[in-house]
Design a protein around this ligand. Structure first.
Ligand SMILES: Cc1cc2nc3c(=O)[nH]c(=O)nc-3n(C[C@H](O)[C@H](O)[C@H](O)COP(=O)(O)OP(=O)(O)OC[C@H]3O[C@@H](n4cnc5c(N)ncnc54)[C@H](O)[C@@H]3O)c2cc1C
Length: 398
């Protein structure tokens, strides 16, 4: 790249901002335009369901790109201005305002949105994806009266974090989960069983096997089979929704994400990073095309793309890492195991609520999961750097 280049970064979230920083850190001196659908400059999402919802951090604290940082990075910003079309071959991005940006490189970093539920009262429900969502939620919490109950739909990672935070604020919460155990989908049956008592021990009621038929228009009654529950607020935490409709005419490959290669390029000069990118990842002995919604991965993918664009450096393969703070405990995971993989406890005990376990498939390690065992988790990262037999890993002392 030279200083005559122009990188258009679409999506002013974590991955988009980290790309801006990484391009400058790698020495790129050309023009950068940062386009974001939200009015805000880039900010960090994980604290939204944790410190911010807990009332411990003011919302300004999560800002990644302060005015000074934006000035230092010397970028043009187009916030509150969604990209609506991409001409990938000519690196032209059309914005909602009608403005057309023409560059030499385009990076797609548009993330995902909150999945909506098809209920009568969907409009009266709360979700937690953006700063604005969080602000609305915080204001609604202020209006709650004693004994008011909040219903959270979905006991996945975000539902569990919201339940934890609201419970810690002294609010009565009930979590409704469709599966027979929380986190069974992402973590598999065995690990879900190991974790299933955590909400109760923390004082949060999780009702499993719940089929929600509808939510009243005012968002204050949840209709289930055979009963209904009154709620002062209903919060939907049922996962994410990918929206790549603006790329449909672009001729880049879309397949449940923007398909990229190991450099995070969809085609020469067009990259995709973060939650939106579907990339090749070695899992055990095979390479899978995956799209993963993890904070650390989004940041690392931005660095990989920047190094490739600026210096043609091929980075080391990435190892997915994820954490979640829920029910007073920290869950951490490395790798990309399938819920069907075998599981082997290697550190701690289930009874102590402090343990670490390996996932394996065809005798090779595919992932590591830990509950309040950060050191064991980090020490086991080596098992994912190259194909590692489960027997070899289990013989190691921790
Ligand atoms: C409440 C919450 C808690 C989380 N907690 C954790 C956690 O504990 N651990 C963890 O590993 N991960 C966590 N995550 C996930 C993590 O935040 C994401 O993986 C990360 O933000 C992904 O970064 P991104 O840049 O790909 O997407 P985002 O950060 O979502 O940024 C994408 C941006 O692109 C914008 N955009 C979308 N479409 C367009 C368009 N057409 N034009 C212009 N802009 C567009 C969006 O408005 C958004 O601002 C959490 C997420 C949420 C919502």
């Amino acid at each position: 790249m030279t200083s005559d280049d122009h990188v258009i970064v679409v999506g002013a979230g974590l991955a988009g901002w980290r790309l801006v920083e990484a391009l400058r850190a790698e020495g790129y001196a050309g023009k950068i335009s940062l386009v974001g659908a939200e009015e805000s400059a880039p900010y960090d999402r994980p604290p939204l369901s944790k410190q911010v919802l807990a009332g411990k951090w003011p919302i300004e604290q999560i800002l990644l790109a302060t005015q000074e940082k934006i000035a230092t990075a010397r970028i043009d910003t187009y916030f509150g201005n969604k990209a609506v079309a991409l001409d990938a071959e000519n690196k032209r991005v059309t914005l909602k305002s009608g403005k057309v940006l023409v560059g030499t490189h385009v990076a797609i970093a548009t993330g995902v949105g909150a999945r909506e539920l098809p209920f009568t009262g969907a409009g009266a429900m709360y979700v937690l994806r953006t700063k604005e969502d969080t602000q609305e939620l915080l204001e609604a919490i202020e209006r709650l009266e004693e004994d008011d109950q909040v219903v959270i739909i979905g006991a996945g990672f975000i539902g569990a974090e919201v339940a934890t935070t609201l419970h810690a604020r002294g609010i009565k919460v009930v979590v409704l989960e469709a599966a027979s155990r929380p986190l069974q989908g992402p973590l598999g049956e065995t690990v879900a069983t190991w974790l299933e008592d955590l909400p109760k021990e923390f004082g949060v009621e999780v009702r499993t096997n719940q089929k929600i038929l509808d939510i009243s228009e005012d968002g204050e009654e949840v209709f289930l089979e055979g009963e209904s529950i009154r709620a002062a607020m209903v919060i939907g935490a049922v996962g994410s929704a990918l929206d790549v409709t603006w790329l449909e005419e672009s001729e880049i490959q879309l397949d449940g994400g923007v398909v990229v290669d190991e450099h995070f390029e969809a085609q020469p000069g067009v990259g995709a990073i973060g939650d939106v990118a579907k990339f090749p990842l070695r899992v055990g002995s095979s390479v899978e095309m995956v799209r993963i919604e993890h904070w650390q991965l989004a940041a690392e993918q931005a660095i990989v793309l920047a190094k490739y664009w600026v210096s043609e450096i091929t980075a080391e393969p990435l190892i997915p890492y994820f954490w979640s703070d829920q029910y007073g405990k920290k869950i951490q995971m490395l790798g990309y195991p399938s819920p069907k993989d075998s599981i082997h406890l290697f550190k701690g005990s289930l009874a102590s609520r402090s343990w670490a376990a390996l996932y394996s498939r065809n005798e090779l390690i595919t992932g590591v999961i830990a509950l309040n065992q950060p050191r064991a988790l980090m020490l086991s990262k080596e098992f994912l750097l190259k194909p590692t037999a489960v027997g070899e890993a289990l013989s190691k002392e921790f």
